[in-house]
Design a protein around this ligand. Structure first.
Ligand code: HEM
Length: 252
């Protein structure tokens, strides 16, 4: 059961993705400590997995621009797997019920684990630049803004920081930042994913390795905003249906 205070209730189900449900009652300190410990564990684990992956790929392909690019591609996929549950956990629970509650209850853990793993991706960008292969300005602007949003969300997820902000501010910033990050993933995965799928299945050309590398990630990246949109559309209808059922119950 997620713990709720009047503050987190106020945010309703918007208090997911990079945000903490703050506990109430006598054991508040103990529970908060446990939540924090858990969070550090998630972040440390994500960072170590990303670092291990990067080192493994660089050892395989060499400590040169090709090796760093391959490691960037590998860590980008891990990043999506961490970001995705934070992005759609709430939507999946709203659409399909409690079976997805573990995802929405751990939105903050997934979000901050993603932020930790992203730091390895950014470190690899630094290594790539050191080889003299500096990415173009557009990459820095588009993906730099996405990275800035990730760390802004991480900063705003600190309960004390968020409490200092007006209530209306957080859902707006969160929606803007999360959707922008999702679009950054779509931008890099969708086009090669769709192209490789089309080439292989329509024309029998291209490599199945490219399909495996892109299609599942492109599908996840595109599915994310669709699920969020479906949950957003369904919400007022669900409320109407609930009101109707209450009214009908009152008649009997
Ligand atoms: C939240 C922020 C970021 C996201 C969502 C993201 C996403 C991605 C994705 C999806 C890929 C895989 C591309 C592929 O497989 O073809 C990738 C690779 C890469 N990213 Fe990031 N990235 C982020 C931050 C950055 C930043 C700030 C930079 C620096 C400018 C950067 C530079 C690169 C480079 C150079 C590659 C390798 C491209 C290649 O040669 O295949 N990324 N990133």
């Amino acid at each position: 059961m997620p713990l709720q205070t009047s503050k987190s209730r106020q945010f309703g189900n918007l208090a997911t993705s990079f945000s903490t449900p703050v506990p109430e009652g006598d054991n508040r300190v103990g529970v908060t400590m446990k939540v924090r410990q858990n969070l550090w564990l998630w972040m440390a684990a994500a960072f170590c997995v990303a670092l291990g992956l990067a080192i493994g790929v660089v050892l395989e392909f060499g400590a040169n621009s090709e090796g760093f690019r391959a490691a960037l591609r590998a860590t980008a996929r891990l990043n999506l797997l961490l970001f995705w549950p934070a992005y759609v956990g709430g939507a999946l629970t709203a659409l399909f019920g409690k079976v997805f509650a573990p995802l929405s209850n751990n939105s903050r853990n997934f979000g901050l684990a993603f932020a930790a793993a992203l730091s390895v991706h950014l470190g690899l960008v630094g290594c790539l630049c050191a080889t003299g292969n500096v990415p173009d300005a557009k990459t820095f602007i588009v993906f730099g803004a996405a990275a800035a949003f990730v760390y802004l969300l991480a900063f705003l997820s600190i309960p004390r920081v968020r409490r200092a902000l007006p209530d209306r501010f957080w859902p707006l910033v969160r929606a803007l930042a999360m959707n922008y990050i999702a679009l950054a993933f779509i931008k890099d995965f969708a086009r090669p994913g769709i192209a490789s799928f089309r080439d292989l299945f329509l024309y029998g050309t291209g490599s199945s390795q490219v399909v495996i590398m892109y299609v599942p990630f492109a599908a996840l990246a595109v599915l994310g905003p669709m699920l969020r949109l479906a949950a957003w559309i369904r919400k007022p209808r669900q409320r109407e249906a609930e009101k109707l059922s209450i009214r009908q119950q009152a008649l009997f």
